[in-house]
Design a protein around this ligand. Structure first.
Ligand code: SIN
Ligand code: CO
Length: 405
């Protein structure tokens, strides 16, 4: 098995704290040799195999028609597609490879200087010579990790670059792209880009690039989801009633005219519904939402379920339980000392009785739960029940032989 690096090597004079202060969300940064000796646990033909799976999101970008460069076709692909691709100028991009191949998710441990909820996915691209997805910009931060071969990145570092796009293309290609930086990245080099920086990476020979993408939820999407959840869960059947008039008018001037006060009253009642929402409901909704996976990404629960005692034996025998790539775990401390702490797991919420919060960082650790970190909690029934519930939901990878040594 190929082990991925466990830490990111910062250039001289830089560390995570300085990166967060000076570059994060602000300025691009080249990190030469950040992952020395990195090797992909996924070969290009395995990547092509993933792109044939209907549960995997993939694209091929072709650059052969000068009138319509950067044509995109979407997976799942038939195997024959790969046999018939030209020798150069195409790119295969596969989304969420960290969720489909647990070994790939292990690289995420190197990004533990960022809050885990902000990490989105690892997209892997394989390009033949000359392949690219064209000059574009992304709405989120990305670490572009060169894993195999070479890719030349050109980027625009000037503030407020033009953002106009070329019409009638499959991709959002920038119309005016005037790069002021040009770097050739080789294996182990990383380029960090904050949102909105125009970039264009062209393969020089066949190459593999991993994009560690961050997530930045759109307010209107969060709001729509929260309102829907609130309305579905809140037992409130209050409705409109005409406000009592001190002196009811004998007649209304025009029945078709809305009263001038109506918008203000309606709006304040709707806003009250949202403002009065229970804080605990919001906390639980938020954690569940931030750990929810896309519908095509699923855990594989063991069949039949394992009793807690056997999960403990496995953990103690192996010393570690590796997390499945599709497992998303986050936690929120209880507000008061007696409040339960909440563990969120792929959209589910588990309440752990107060006093056990120290178990949660051990559970959520990437690449996996270490027996040494967990041991002091394993005499506690609530902690064991939580571990067993997560194990039986498929959050941990069962070793190939499935049984403790
Ligand atoms: C690629 O890996 O080919 C493209 C990644 C990007 O430009 O965001
Ligand atoms: Co990009």
């Amino acid at each position: 098995m190929i082990d991925l690096p466990r830490t990111l090597r910062w250039p001289d004079g830089l560390d995570a704290a300085r990166f967060l202060r000076d570059f994060w969300q602000r300025r691009p940064l080249l990190l030469p040799g950040a992952f020395p000796g990195i090797r992909s646990p996924v070969e290009p033909d395995e990547l092509a195999g993933l792109a044939c799976d209907p549960d995997v999101e993939s694209r091929i970008v072709h650059e052969h028609d000068p009138k319509r460069p950067w044509q995109v076709s979407h997976g799942p692909f038939d195997e024959a597609v790969f046999a018939n691709l030209p020798e150069t100028h195409w790119t295969l991009l596969v989304q969420d490879v960290d969720k489909h191949v647990p070994a790939v998710a292990e690289l995420l441990a190197c990004f533990d200087f960022l809050p885990a909820w902000r990490l989105d996915d690892i997209m892997i691209s394989w390009a033949e010579d000359g392949g690219s997805v064209g000059p574009h910009l992304d709405q989120y931060d990305v670490f572009l990790v060169q894993v195999q071969g070479h890719r030349r990145w050109r980027i625009v570092t000037r503030p407020n670059p033009p953002t106009g796009i070329l019409p009638d293309l499959d991709l959002r290609i920038l119309r005016d792209f005037e790069p002021d930086q040009d770097w050739l990245l080789g294996p182990g080099d990383v380029l960090y880009l904050p949102p909105g920086v125009p970039h264009w990476g062209i393969a020089e020979g066949p190459c593999m690039t991993w994009s560690v993408g961050l997530r930045a939820p759109a307010w209107h999407e969060l709001a729509a989801d929260w309102f829907q959840h609130l309305l579905e869960t809140r037992a409130d059947d209050s409705r409109w009633r005409d406000p009592p008039e001190p002196e009811p008018a004998a007649s209304i001037p025009d029945p078709a005219e809305l009263p001038a006060s109506l918008p203000r009253i309606m709006r304040s009642e709707i806003e009250r519904l949202v403002a009065d929402a229970d804080e605990d409901l919001f906390r639980r909704w938020l954690g569940a939402t931030l750990t929810e996976q896309k519908p095509n990404i699923a855990l594989l629960p063991p069949e039949p379920a394992w009793p807690g005692a056997e999960v403990l034996s496995l953990l103690r025998a192996r010393g570690e339980l590796r997390r499945d790539g599709a497992s998303r775990l986050l936690y929120l401390r209880g507000v008061g000392a007696d409040e339960p702490d909440l563990l969120f797991a792929n959209g589910d919420c588990h309440a752990l009785p107060a006093g056990r919060c120290g178990f949660l960082p051990a559970l959520c650790r990437r690449p996996g739960l270490l027996a040494a970190d967990a041991e002091r909690w394993l005499a506690d029934a609530a902690c064991v029940a939580l571990l067993a519930a997560l194990f039986n939901a498929g959050h941990f990878v069962i070793p190939d032989d499935g049984l403790p040594d």
